[in-house]
Design a protein around this ligand. Structure first.
Ligand SMILES: [Zn+2]
Length: 212
């Protein structure tokens, strides 16, 4: 009976590779080709002023497709797999750093309502679960701004100014892992991390993809 049920499920809802969408065996999370490709990539390390960030992959090809599947096409179940690749990068870059909290770059209320979820938060919660560290909302986005990708480098800096604030002034003297989905110039991470360090927290960042 179960075999017939599995057959029907597979027929109508086949498992797909989280990276390239190719149909794969149900017990796999990605196809062999993407698995090989993913293993070949070394995490991308960036330092934006004093903000450290590690990204699992460049923002191109199947990696770009994987994060857009989650962010734009709402495949939030893919966060399980994406977070595992980020954990690998976090372990490699930050060694055995012990975090007090994992948090995510927040969306404004309006953005969150429009999308229905915050993709960075979904990934951050999975990372927190895997690292056995509590997830906490440490920042709030108090203003709506233009999407960063629509602006040039100079305007991006201005665009994030005064947009975030600390969620609670008791978030002090902690080591925080700040999670974002896609890093471009790093202006958002820098601004978020500036607010948290103002309260004497140490902040280390990670993202799934880094653009050129
Ligand atoms: Zn694939």
């Amino acid at each position: 009976m179960n075999m017939i049920f599995d057959f029907i499920i597979n027929l109508f809802y086949p498992s797909r590779c989280v990276f390239c969408n190719k149909i794969i065996d149900r017990e796999k999370v990605c196809c062999d080709e993407c698995n090989r490709k993913a293993k070949d990539y070394k995490p991308i390390k960036t330092i934006i002023n004093n903000t450290f960030c590690v990204s699992a992959f460049p923002y191109c090809g199947v990696f770009k497709n994987a994060i857009l599947n989650l962010k734009i096409r709402g495949k939030i179940q893919n966060a399980d797999v994406l977070s595992l690749y980020m954990i690998k990068a976090i372990r490699e870059y930050y060694n055995n750093d012990k975090f007090d909290y994992v948090t995510a770059v927040p969306l404004s209320k309006k953005q969150r309502n429009q999308r229905g979820f915050n993709q960075s938060e979904i990934i951050a919660r999975k990372i927190a679960e895997n690292l056995s560290v509590p997830y906490k909302e440490c920042l709030v986005k108090i203003k709506d701004n233009k999407p960063q990708h629509s602006l040039n480098r100079e305007l991006r800096k201005l665009n994030v100014k005064g947009v975030y604030k600390i969620e609670n002034e008791n978030i002090v003297n902690l080591k925080i892992l700040l999670v974002d989905d896609i890093v471009t110039t790093g202006c958002t991470l820098k601004e978020c991390s500036k607010i948290l360090t103002k309260y004497k927290n140490k902040v280390l960042c990670c993202a799934f993809c880094k653009t050129d």
